[in-house]
Each structure stands twice: as C-alpha cells, then as structure tokens.
Design a protein around this ligand. Structure first.
Ligand SMILES: Nc1ncnc2c1ncn2[C@@H]1O[C@H](COP(=O)(O)OP(=O)(O)OP(=O)(O)O)[C@@H](O)[C@H]1O
Ligand SMILES: [Mg+2]
Length: 363
C-alpha cells in the first residue's frame, strides 16, 4: 500500500476510470479524504488508428491489449472499472412517466414504451434510466421525469469484452457526456466566481470529435458534438510532409516539425477549430437555453495540449480562454508519474469523470 493510499484511505470502493477513445486508452484512479482528492494511478496507452472510430470499438481484442498495458503501467491492483459509451450509438432522452411506480414497475413500463423513442429494435439495445425529479409543469405530481439512456448492445458488449481481456470487472457503464459533466466540478477553481451565475463553455477537443458543453451556474444547459479534431491536423501533416499517419502523429506531439508547420498548418487548424467551436456557440445561442453570453471558454482534450492554443483560440473566439487544469488541486502519488500526468492533464476529463464514480454511494 502506498503512502498516499494510507493518507487518503482509498476510494469508497476501488474503481478505475477508463476512457477508451479514438487515439488512446486513458486510465485514472482517485482517492479521497474529506473534500480532498488525490490521483492514485494513471496511464495513457496509444491505440492504433481505426481500432475505435466514431466512439465505437471496432476491434475489442486490440483495445483489450491496450487496456492490459494501461493497467500494468498504472501499477494499480484495482480491478473494478468504469467505462463510458458515446457517439451515435447512444441516445439519452428525458421522458415523462407516471409517478408512484416502484423501480421494477417503472422498468417494465419504460421497456414497453421505449421502442417509440429508439431508432433500433429493442432487443438490440441496452437500456438504463434515472429518475430526474417531479414532472416539468409546476404542481405536476402525476408524472416524474425520467432520463432514459439507450445504447446499441454491441457497443456495451465490445467494451465488456475489452475489459475482460485485461482481467477487469465492469462496475459502471456511463455515458460519455455525463462523465464530462461530472468532471466539470474539478474546473470550478478556474472559473470566474467559481462559475456561480456564469456561463462557461467547456470544449473537449479530441482526436476525432470536439464536444462543446455549456454550463450555467455550474449546471449543464447545452451540449453538442462535432466530427472534427486533432486527426485533421495529423492528416494535414501527413500529406504536407509525406509522412505515414503514425509518423505524422508523433511529429505533431513532439513539436519537431519544420517552420511551415507553425506558419501555415497550425494557424489553418486553429482557424478551422475556432469556426467549428463558434458554430456550436451559435447553436447554443439559438437554443432555448441560450439567452446569455459566454463568460469564459475552458479548453480540454488532447488539442488543448498544443503549444500556444490558449492565446490563439482566445483571439479567434473573442472570449476569455483558459486550458483545463482539472487536477490542479489534487495531490499525485509518485506511482502516477506526476510529470507525465501534468502533460496529459487537459485530455483527462472523461477519465476523471469516470474515476469519480467511485464516490457515488458515499455522498
Ligand atoms: N502535445 C500535443 N500537441 C499536439 N497535439 C496533441 C498533443 N497531445 C495530444 N495531441 C492530439 O490530441 C488528440 C488526442 O486528444 P484526446 O486524447 O483528447 O482524443 P481522444 O479522446 O482519443 O479522441 P475522441 O474523444 O475524439 O475519440 C490527437 O489528435 C493528438 O495528436
Ligand atoms: Mg475524448
């Protein structure tokens, strides 16, 4: 047992957060004592291109091997994991249900009615639900609002298969958007007034997807995904310098590219990225929730690790912009390799939101 474990007492139950995404598998494990959190273990294992696409696991065996390496590298003994499903295979929808049903009766009724909300046959779908509260209209005691989450079974099964290869038990299967929301509490220290009565846009710029999440007073009010990310820049590098895709990816991360990268390719990427983000902002403004200006942009995801991104996007988006530092207030066990962790910090929001599920039953 490490010193930190004895200091922090470990999680309520040991649980590792595993973000299986298109460029890598990211593993994060937290411990808590009082209101303080610490990073117990961490690993990031790259995935070959094409193994995960549009958030879907195409090849569970290759993913399973990467998860195995991540667990080894993290040096954790925890075998319970939280993973998330995402992308077009997932649907979440608030629905109204009669009040006063117990969980079993509610489940029966949701199953019986679910097909009207779903584009796939019900036997191909994994369903979950959460009672969100009383009905929408004031004084409506006859209905409760239920958040329905549905996902193609195949995507849940592929994740479980990958975990099984690595000897892990799936304790939680979350939805990626919920994990991102969950992680945002660790960004409050960067928000003006801790986010109180402010409108904050958290932008997760990954390899293939950019997600915009708008928080008002700390609560999620709008979310939108776009199929745009760091992969576009990698492909530009590949074409421009006649490299293979893996070579281009490596060169990008190491920053060892000719001057034309900094003078042409990178500014072009920042232009495209800011246009994509701004489009999501426009959708937010046009939505029912979108009455207020955005006070601050917090950049996350691997593309937030590009040197100079903060100033470049701030200038283009014309809004105060910072890079996410979700672990800034946490102690880090030496086993979690603090220096490596610090480099990857902006890309760890999903893994963090999943790792935080360890404390669900405590609070
Ligand atoms: N230091 C860096 N400089 C430039 N780009 C980087 C750096 N670090 C990571 N990236 C890029 O960030 C992207 C990976 O980000 P991230 O890990 O957030 O994506 P992901 O979660 O795997 O993708 P997605 O969520 O879209 O499935 C890749 O395109 C990678 O090249
Ligand atoms: Mg991601």
């Amino acid at each position: 047992m490490s010193l930190l474990e004895s200091l922090f007492g470990g999680g309520a139950r040991g649980l590792i957060g595993l973000d299986i995404s298109s460029s890598s598998v990211k593993l994060l494990e937290l411990a808590r004592r009082g209101s303080q959190y610490a990073v117990e273990s961490f690993a990031l294992e790259p995935l070959p291109p094409g193994v995960v696409a549009d958030k879907q696991i195409i090849d569970p065996a290759v993913v399973g091997q990467a998860v195995t390496r991540a667990v080894e590298r993290a040096g954790t003994r925890t075998r319970q994991a939280a993973v998330a499903v995402a992308g077009s295979a997932v649907i979440t929808k608030p629905i109204a249900m009669p009040a006063g049903l117990d969980d079993n009766a509610l489940e029966e009724q949701i199953k019986a009615e679910a097909d009207q909300y779903l584009p796939y046959p019900i036997d191909e779908v994994a369903l979950d639900f959460q009672v969100a509260g009383a009905g929408r209209s004031a004084g409506d005691n006859a209905t409760v609002e239920v958040l329905l989450a549905a996902c193609r079974k195949e995507q849940v099964e592929n994740r479980l298969a990958a975990l099984e290869i690595a000897g892990l038990t799936p304790a939680v299967v979350d939805v990626e958007a919920c994990a991102l929301e969950n992680a945002c509490q660790f960004l409050r220290h960067q928000m003006p007034d801790g986010g109180r009565e402010r409108t904050i846009a958290v932008v997760d710029m990954g390899a293939s997807t950019t997600s915009v999440l708008v928080l008002l007073d700390g609560k999620p009010v709008y979310t939108r995904d776009q199929a745009f990310g760091g992969k576009q820049l990698t492909e530009d590098i590949m074409r421009y310098y006649d490299l293979s895709l893996p070579e281009a990816g490596k060169a990008k991360r190491s920053g060892t590219l000719p001057e034309t990268y900094f003078s042409e390719l990178l500014p072009h990427f920042f232009d495209d990225m800011s246009q994509q983000i701004d489009r999501s902002f426009q959708y937010y403004f046009a939505s029912a929730a979108g009455g207020r200006q955005i006070d601050q942009v917090i950049l996350a995801g691997g593309c937030a690790q590009i040197e100079g991104v903060e100033a470049q996007l701030q200038q283009r988006l014309q809004r105060p912009t910072v890079v996410a530092r979700p672990l800034a207030q946490m102690a880090v066990a030496s086993r979690a390799r603090p220096q490596h962790l610090a480099k990857e910090e902006p890309s760890l929001l999903i893994a963090l939101g999943l790792a935080f599920r360890a404390f669900d039953e405590e609070s």
